[in-house]
Design a protein around this ligand. Sequence first.
Ligand SMILES: CSC[C@@H](O)[C@@H](O)C(=O)COP(=O)(O)O
Ligand SMILES: [Zn+2]
Length: 217
Amino acid sequence: MSFQSVTTEQKQAALQELRSVKELFAGRGWFPGTSGNLSVRVGDYRPDEFHFAITASGKDKTVHTPEDYLFVDQTGKPAEATSLKPSAETLIHCEIYRLTGAGAIFHVHTVFNNVISEYFWDRGSVPAVGVELIKGFNIWDEEAEIQIPIVSNYAHIPSIVPEITERFDSRIPGILLRKHGIYAWGANAFEAKRHLEAFEFIFEYVYRLELLKSGKA
Ligand SMILES: CSC[C@@H](O)[C@@H](O)C(=O)COP(=O)(O)O
Ligand SMILES: [Zn+2]
């Protein structure tokens, strides 16, 4: 269970996945101004003991350097000696892993996810109805209706954690932070990427549909 039992191959595989997904998302402009963070879990999982690789804080995520990632434990503390600082939002990753046992968590800031989180803030969630990409979440109902939760964006990150716990919906593999961005997760990096892409598609769809319906487009 300890970090010592995680093999070098497992660590390398996690870092390679982070590198690939970071490069892909950077190409889409999904890390403006050093925003965003990514993590991939390694080794065995128990809700009270797990480890993951995460992006170091404040780095330019559009470039690769030898100082891009570090490994942390379930409390967000570095699992090995390093001068690197984990993402400022590591505690959010810790809580999502604790709640879900997921294998990867990706966080990006986009204009669509920010605008839509503010637009629907008063109702607490973004509604989506019948959009084909809902199937990307493994929800196959005809004309499926989902609500994507939105939580407060406190500057003090630990204060965000209880809201995530409270609003967590096991059917929906993501949560919005108001005027901040989306956290999406999955059993592995492939699934977390699929979920993130589905969310971003849905946010743009809902945004554009609302605009058309308002007659202001
Ligand atoms: C520079 S704006 C973005 C940050 O405040 C934060 O929200 C973010 O996503 C990146 O923080 P980081 O500490 O690099 O993981
Ligand atoms: Zn952020």
